[in-house]
Design a protein. Structure first.
Length: 344
């Protein structure tokens, strides 16, 4: 018999539970146990509970695509049968090309670590897409520059991204160093949830292993970036929730090659706040900031107050968002614009 003591049971707060979830409990939920989704597969899901990991029992009607890692659900303690999902505080989702419904990335995330590396992978235009995604969800974005140990100076890389959004916080680190956990500690307090997103090969799995203090036999596989084109290989194939040494939780995600923009009007307004603030001063309410007379945005470009490259990137993302966002069809075929900025 082993003399190793069992770890103490977790509290709901330590799992990320808050008053917002407690307020959703009804009298009919008495006796049900809160659980937090840890993995989602095609026909099964697992969850974290105050008593430890649990494989959930699903009804034939359950569609696992409706659930995201980080979701809170209520289950029957005796059978582990999933009864219902609680409303989310935040939801990261994206629409895939040709997909009819958005793909859920992660739920109830407090901070999104947007991971890129100090090499040719760093692409400000792509990072803006991740920022818009985080803004729309109401999740705090932080740019994490990895492979800081492989360059003589990280300042040029930080300079490329610091001005992408007002108040954007940028940190540089070596994902394999224990110091990485110390650098990211301000966002990783007890009960907090962070998620890692970024291209393949930028160091997300290495960072996960460091943050979660994974033993070698439990560590996520890691891959390298090809020197020829700075492209990485997929090593994480599914999303999963992991406990961090400091009491926070981290959600790892597969590398995203292409992030299509859709359903992120609010996210774009936050990302390009200087353009959103000028727009009400345009002569025309539906000004495209391209050619209209009396355009306050074009006037700001003309007198040097607004970077024309920022306007070009805003226009590209706004056009893509407009083209990719489904338009709801009302009675008798009347078109109604979709709701934007709605928290899920």
């Amino acid at each position: 018999m082993s003399d190793t003591p069992l770890p103490p049971p977790l509290s709901l707060a330590a799992l990320g539970w808050s008053d917002a979830f407690a307020a959703q409990l009804a009298v009919a939920d008495k006796g049900l146990m809160p659980a937090r989704i840890a993995t989602v597969h095609r026909s099964r899901m697992t969850a974290e509970t105050v008593d430890g990991p649990l494989r959930l029992q699903l009804t034939p009607q359950t569609n696992t695509a409706d659930f995201a890692v980080g979701d809170w659900v209520l289950v029957e303690p005796e059978t582990a049968l999933l009864i219902r999902r609680l409303e989310r505080n935040t939801l990261l989702q994206r629409r895939t090309e040709g997909g009819r419904a958005p793909q859920l990335i992660a739920a109830n995330v407090d901070t999104l670590f947007i991971v890129t590396s100090c090499n040719d992978d760093l692409n400000p235009a792509r990072l803006e897409r991740y920022l818009a995604l985080a803004n729309e969800a109401g999740t705090l974005p932080v740019i994490v520059l990895t492979k800081a140990d492989q360059v003589p100076d990280t300042a040029p890389y930080a300079a490329q991204v610091t001005g992408l959004q007002r108040g954007l916080q940028v940190v540089a680190l070596n994902a394999k160093s224990p110091e990485a956990a110390e650098i990211l500690a301000p966002w990783c307090g007890p009960g907090q949830t962070v998620a890692l997103v970024g291209s393949s090969g930028v160091g997300k799995s290495s960072l996960l292993n460091t943050l979660a203090a994974k033993a070698p036999e439990e560590a996520q596989l890691t891959g390298s970036i090809r020197e020829s084109d700075a492209k990485g290989r997929h090593t994480t194939t599914s999303r999963s929730l992991h406990a961090m040494a400091g009491g926070a939780w981290v959600i790892d995600t597969p590398g995203i090659r292409t992030l299509h923009v859709s359903d992120i009007s609010v996210g774009l307004d936050v990302l390009f706040a200087e353009i959103a603030e000028l727009a009400p001063d345009c002569r025309f309410r539906n000004c495209t900031h391209a050619h209209e007379p009396g355009c306050a945005v074009l006037a700001a470009v003309a007198d040097g107050r607004l970077d024309p490259a920022r306007l070009d990137r805003w226009r590209k993302l706004a056009d893509e968002n407009r083209a990719n966002t489904p338009v709801a069809t009302g009675p008798r075929g009347n078109k109604t614009p979709p709701a934007t900025g709605r928290r899920r």
